[in-house]
Design a protein around this ligand. Structure first.
Ligand SMILES: *[C@@H]1O[C@H](CO)[C@@H](O)[C@H](O)[C@H]1NC(C)=O
Ligand SMILES: *[C@@H]1O[C@H](CO)[C@@H](O)[C@H](O)[C@H]1NC(C)=O
Ligand SMILES: *[C@@H]1O[C@H](CO)[C@@H](O)[C@H](O)[C@H]1NC(C)=O
Ligand SMILES: *[C@@H]1O[C@H](CO)[C@@H](O)[C@H](O)[C@H]1NC(C)=O
Length: 865
């Protein structure tokens, strides 16, 4: 609430009283928003933090979007998020999946929003609901349903009555659904904050006063829903009145001074854990160290809530991705696309959360001060001197050089571009640059059940249509979305024209050229049923020109172009006017020059024959005749059957031998694939596609693929995914080498007591134990997890010691000191480092020969993709 200042003592009681008082004084509809229900909690805030029932809190939040993972993965994802130190999970709400047709609603399965928020509560975490309902999110149309485009006179996201009417109806529907399930904190539920609109600031600039009117209306409308929790707007410097503006970005600690309104806290709604990827992008990474630096920085300047965008990205199934966005979403997040721990990112952030929690009292109630320690160095301190409570963040902003900083008379080594957290202003409990947590490696494996019976059948989409067969006819080519209505990616355009003998090119060796201009996103062209070629735009330049030579004949010729969208755009003003499909068409190189077909009369056919018959479903499959598969044919449906691999490792399709298209398993859309589009480094952006186990049954699953350009289905592989290779790589000189600390009467001590010697911990995924120590060296080993090599120095007993401590254990701890591994290193000038790689597997009755043999046929694929 406004202006609330709470002292550490008696915080709770005072804050509730103050919140109620403020509530009584607050004017207008907002007052009702703060009504305290019987079992509900009051969420309030001031500059320092958000408070729950008057208790200040640090919020470590992560984005997990419910429709991007099947419900059977939710409990595991939430448990791992909690284990990673999160106390908040945040999700958008996606209008276009919940209301695919006006007035027709869907909240089932992956779209069961209420179930997801209830599960968050069952995991004893808070939640943030970002209703939008424009969400962007690299989601088809930014979450807005297609049918909204057909509402007369509509302009999206500005002061437009039709848009506001529909937006209000949907926001209220969602709020009521959440209220009916008692999900707001005010009702005893987990939701502590709700978001309206999304990154509106730059649109406000585009729409000027109409934009300002709209965003003020949106704020009032949101407040009037009486959720009892505060509303936020991200990337909206001038959020109206009581709505709290929050920061999205990579480095909110340095780029954002916080809300202008000094009674509101610094909240970070999107801390990007990587960069989302589109087809055509090379791989991207954001290191664990860099993320930890940014988060530590944010808390050091007074931030009290961060949100990892994404903590788990998941998969854009079916046709849910925005234009050019790949199915795999933020695979680089702390939990990867399959929900497996991505180490060391997951573990390093867990350690950071633990360190910050240790300093909670100082951070939330201490007096903040800043002490410059040199040109690019500073100390940020929070202190309650009378209680001996203190935390210091020592930061080195120099990205090239390490430094030794003197703070309160003591020297501290602070690596380049890093922050050290001193939990009592003395003891370094965390360094953003020194990773203590383990590493791991992702590997892909064959499974018997999917390698055998690799038999494919096909259905030829072949019926290249002619103008005469098309019922929708216009003078020129129609806009794609207007015709497909977002029910399919595909639209055929056809036109026929007659050539006389003297139209034909004079010289035989000159072939005429077909030129098709497109708004986007890709197309395949045929002339007289012959495949001419494909073309496509890019995420940055969606429009493109397809230009291919062809053969024409005297008499009637037929042009057919299959235009494809890669999803609807998800950002910017006037989203309702974005176009796709073809536009101008010409034939060049005829005797008389160029023939312009733009106004020649065009026929349109929406969707594919296979889509109309739903041949990707078991029901529809029988309505066509399948033949033995032939490779390298454009516009072909392929199918095969397979049994589910045993175990519970996730599954992927390796589609490397294919071109472009979409895939289904047991009738469910897995997503669009695009192998033929290579990024700057010459490789496809995504070769492996997630197939959730919950889409499968034990026996006889059906995989159906529609290939647009031509591919070799018999070379497709169905693999399992593991992160069972775990590693540690810790140097003796790591200044923050203890992972677990505790605070007792303002004293910071290592958990479990004892010495402060560095230790390394290895830990297998749930239900697995260390079955083999693959590599161990104490000395100066090199390499990355999965491929360590011994350096010039090496103690003799490293492997033996590691085996003794770790084999058969889920977790083991190893000392990081020479004497534990058989004596002196005797290598002057090297920093002694422990490197261990171990292999986890399901616990068997001893690591017997039979289990070895069972594991043997699994060939490890190209490693760490
Ligand atoms: C500042 O924030 C408080 C709390 O959100 C709100 O009640 C107040 O109206 C805001 N002041 C202005 C000038 O917007
Ligand atoms: C969080 O912020 C830090 C600092 O900006 C940045 O380095 C890090 O990448 C961000 N993480 C995410 C998930 O945005
Ligand atoms: C799409 O259809 C709407 C009417 O439903 C029309 O107003 C609009 O001009 C069409 N857009 C294009 C590009 O054809
Ligand atoms: C393993 O590392 C060595 C050098 O450290 C390198 O030459 C080799 O290519 C790596 N192997 C793999 C499979 O990455």
């Amino acid at each position: 609430m406004s202006g609330l200042r709470v002292r550490p003592a008696a915080a709770a009681a005072l804050a509730v009283a103050a919140a109620l008082l403020a509530l009584m004084m607050a004017p207008g509809p907002a007052a009702a928003a703060w009504k305290l229900t019987k079992k509900g909690t009051v969420v309030s805030y001031d500059r320092r933090s958000v408070m729950v029932d008057g208790r200040r809190e640090l919020f470590f939040s992560g984005s997990i979007h419910y429709p991007r993972s099947p419900p059977d993965m939710w409990p595991d994802l939430l448990a791992k998020a909690k284990e990673g130190g999160l106390n908040v999970v945040e999700s958008y709400v996606f209008w276009n999946i919940h209301e695919p047709e006006k007035g027709v609603y869907d909240f089932e399965g992956r779209y069961d929003m209420v179930k997801f928020f209830k599960l968050i509560q069952e995991h004893d975490m808070y939640a943030v609901v970002r209703i939008g309902p424009f969400v962007q999110a690299e989601w088809n149309h930014g979450g807005l349903p297609y049918w909204l485009r057909e509402v007369p006179d509509i302009v999206f996201r500005t002061n437009n009555e039709p848009f506001k009417q529909h937006m209000e109806k949907f926001v209220k529907l969602i709020v009521n659904k959440l209220k009916d399930a008692n999900l707001f904190a005010s009702q005893g539920g987990p939701i502590v904050l709700a978001q309206i609109e999304n990154e509106y600031q730059h649109l406000e600039a585009a729409f000027k006063e109409e934009g300002t009117k709209y965003i003020n209306w949106a704020a009032r409308m949101a407040l009037s829903t009486n959720t009892g929790v505060p509303w936020i707007m991200c990337k909206q410097t001038k959020a109206p009145g009581e709505v709290i503006p929050t920061c999205n970005g990579r480095n909110c600690g340095d780029t954002w001074p916080g809300p202008i309104n000094k009674t509101q806290p610094l909240l970070w709604t999107e801390n990007w854990t990587a960069q989302y990827r589109v087809f055509g992008d090379p791989p991207s990474q954001r290191s664990a160290e860099d993320i930890a630096f940014a988060v530590a920085r944010f808390f050091s300047v007074g931030g009290t809530m961060t949100n990892y965008y994404m903590y788990h990205g998941g998969t854009n199934f079916g046709r849910t991705a925005a234009a050019f966005v790949m199915p795999k979403y933020y695979d680089e997040a702390p939990l990867d696309e399959f929900g497996l721990y991505k180490e060391p990112k997951w573990g390093h952030l867990r350690d950071l959360h633990q360190a910050l929690k240790l300093c909670k009292k100082a951070l939330l109630w201490g007096k903040a001060s800043t002490q410059p320690l040199g040109k690019q160095f500073e100390a940020r301190v929070f202190e309650i001197p009378e209680q001996n409570v203190c935390v210091a963040f020592l930061s080195n902003h120099n990205t090239k050089d390490d430094a030794t900083l003197t703070f309160r008379g003591q020297p501290y080594f602070v690596a380049r571009h890093s922050i050290s957290i001193l939990a009592d202003c003395k003891t370094v409990v965390f360094s953003t640059q020194h990773v203590n947590s383990q590493h791991n490696q992702r590997t892909f494996h064959f499974a018997d059940q999917t390698t055998k019976n690799n038999v494919w059948e096909m259905f030829d989409e072949e019926k290249i249509p002619k103008y005469k067969q098309a019922k929708i006819r216009r003078r020129n080519a129609g806009e794609l979305y207007n015709l497909t209505k977002d029910k399919t990616d595909y639209l055929w355009y056809t036109s026929s024209f007659k050539l006389e003998a003297d139209d034909m090119p004079l010289r035989r060796d000159i072939r005429p050229v077909l030129e098709v201009n497109s708004h986007g996103h890709s197309s395949v062209a045929f002339v007289n049923k012959a495949f001419i070629g494909c073309g496509h735009g890019t995420k940055m330049n969606k429009a493109f020109i397809l230009q291919k030579p062809m053969d024409l004949k005297q008499g009637v010729n037929h042009v057919a172009v299959l235009a494809t969208t890669m999803g609807m755009m998800d950002s910017g003003a006037y989203l309702e006017h974005r176009e796709a499909g073809i536009d101008r068409v010409q034939i060049q190189g005829l005797n008389a020059g160029t023939l312009d077909l733009t106004n020649n009369g065009w026929g349109h056919i929406v969707g594919l024959v296979g889509e109309q018959k739903e041949i990707y479903t078991e029901k529809g499959m029988g309505s066509v005749t399948w033949k033995p598969a032939v490779n390298d044919k454009p516009l072909t449906w392929y199918k095969r059957h397979f049994d589910m691999p045993s175990g519970d490792d996730p599954l992927v399709l390796d589609l490397t031998p294919m071109g472009k298209g979409m895939m289904f398993v047991n009738g469910q859309g897995i997503g669009r694939y695009w192998i033929s589009y290579k990024h700057a480094l010459g490789r496809p952006s995504q070769q492996l596609y997630h197939v959730p186990r919950s889409f499968l049954r034990e026996k006889d699953n059906v995989l159906v693929i529609f290939e647009e350009e031509g591919g070799r289905p018999d070379a497709i592989m169905i693999l399992t995914v593991k992160r069972d290779n775990i590693c540690t790589f810790i140097s003796e000189k790591n200044p923050a080498h203890i992972r677990s600390w505790q605070r007792k009467d303002s004293q910071i001590t290592a958990k479990g007591g004892g010495d402060l010697k560095p230790r390394a911990t290895l830990s297998c995924p749930p239900k697995k134990v260390i079955q083999q120590v693959v590599f161990a060296s104490y000395g100066n080993p090199e390499g990355i997890c999965g491929n360590y090599t011994v350096g010039s120095c090496h103690t003799p007993r490293a492997k033996e010691v590691a085996e003794k401590a770790c084999l058969g254990q889920r977790t083991c701890t190893l000392p990081v000191s020479a004497d534990a591994y058989g004596g002196d290193l005797n290598c002057p000038g090297t920093t002694a480092t422990l490197a261990v790689q171990a292999k986890c597997s399901k616990r068997t009755l001893r690591a017997s020969w039979s289990s070895w043999l069972m594991n043997w046929p699994e060939t490890s694929m190209a490693g760490n993709r």
